[in-house]
Design a protein around this ligand. Structure first.
Ligand SMILES: *[C@@H]1O[C@H](CO)[C@@H](O)[C@H](O)[C@H]1NC(C)=O
Length: 364
């Protein structure tokens, strides 16, 4: 089909880093000057198959790869089976007090989001609010994917590794609209704890200036509808200055600064021993957190952490020490912390699995 062809060509172009070899023919087919032999098989990286291609594997790729029609039942099934009411009961019974729910900007256009996205995410968030209300949990709505993508990763729904958020004023205004929409829809719910304006903007692509403009406007959009919902502002990844939003947030009551700490994503951790990991939490991340946590300053939130590391074949007791070291430090964040994530196919990334198997014990 045409769509299939388009996807092949698109991925092919990324592989070859060349866009000048694609040609439209009179019979409406496209030919591409690949310059190499290709099998077009499932193990051929020039063909889009989300489980077999190394590259981005996010919601955009699922929707674009399958096409909206085929992706619709796949995502709807995921939304209705992956996190269910029993999970909210579990969260509540574990002594946790809130859930941080990532959403994409197209939720504001539900039930008819622009292609290739699939409608139905808004109903799913509505359902989460109902369960949160029932089990007395707070909800942090986390705008995880902003229009144009605020980082090049799949979780900001980058199409192809590009990062364009904040490069136009329209972009910023559109994001404020999304926040306005979400705040307006959920302001009356007793479970609305916070709106997080944006997850993990990456410097220097996201400039300090555009993000300050957006944070101020986004804050005002939340305050239009709610006087008491917290407004969370993420520090920029790769920023040279972790205090760059303290001034702005400090002047806006109910603001929270979000920082994410992982003992991953840096080659330094590849060779760390158990003790080195724990020391790093206790000295470096502890000091990083105290730099942003100031008396009379905004609240602070370790919005993502995980008890996963690069230590090979670690014992259960070592994971317990690692998790405890992190909780001991992160509980000093004045707004709290959140584990990434609740459920995951990889056990250590799944807080439910970690709790159920005794790797994490919450102090209640
Ligand atoms: C971690 O903290 C120690 C002790 O303060 C310091 O010597 C070291 O440079 C820090 N490492 C990094 C990567 O920040």
């Amino acid at each position: 089909s045409k769509l299939y062809l388009r996807i092949k060509i698109k991925v092919f172009m990324r592989q070859s880093h060349s866009v000048d070899g694609v040609q439209a023919n009179k019979d409406a087919s496209l030919t591409a000057d690949y310059g190499q032999r290709t099998s077009w098989g499932d193990d051929d990286p020039s063909v889009f198959v989300v489980t077999r291609v190394t590259g981005l594997q996010g919601e955009y790729q699922i929707c674009n790869g399958y096409g909206t029609t085929k992706a619709t039942p796949i995502l709807r099934n995921h939304w209705s089976t992956y996190i269910v009411e029993a999970d909210f009961r579990f969260i509540s019974e574990s002594g946790l007090t809130a859930v941080r729910i990532p959403v994409g900007w197209w939720i504001a256009n539900d039930p008819r989001p622009p292609a290739p996205y699939v409608g139905g995410s808004l109903k799913t968030l509505d359902k989460a609010f109902k369960w949160a209300e029932k089990y007395n949990l707070g909800v942090i709505i986390d705008l995880h994917a902003a229009p144009g993508s605020q980082n090049p990763f799949e979780h900001s729904s980058s199409k192809d590794g590009s990062q364009d958020w904040g490069t136009t004023d329209t972009n910023i205004a559109q994001t404020v609209q999304v926040v306005d929409f979400l705040a307006s829809r959920y302001a009356k719910s007793p479970s609305l704890l916070a709106v997080e304006l944006m997850n993990e903007p990456l410097a220097p692509g996201v400039s300090l200036e555009s993000l300050k403009t957006y944070y101020r406007d986004g804050y005002n959009a939340v305050r239009k509808h709610s006087s008491d919902a917290y407004v969370i502002m993420s520090n920029r990844l790769s920023s040279p200055d972790p205090t760059e939003f303290l001034g702005l947030a400090g002047g806006l009551p109910g603001s929270v600064i979000d920082v994410h700490y992982y003992a991953l994503f840096n080659n330094m951790f590849d060779t760390f021993t158990v003790q080195q990991n724990i020391d790093f939490i206790k000295t470096n991340y502890s000091s990083d957190l105290s730099i942003v946590t100031r008396e009379n300053g905004p609240l602070t939130f370790v919005g993502e952490w995980v008890a996963e590391w690069k230590v090979p074949n670690a014992a259960k007791q070592e994971f317990q020490m690692f998790a405890n070291a992190q909780m001991d430090v992160y509980e000093r964040a004045t707004f709290g912390w959140a584990y990434w994530t609740l459920k995951n196919v990889n056990n250590h990334w799944s807080m439910e699995w970690m709790i159920n198997n005794g790797y994490i014990s919450l102090k209640n």
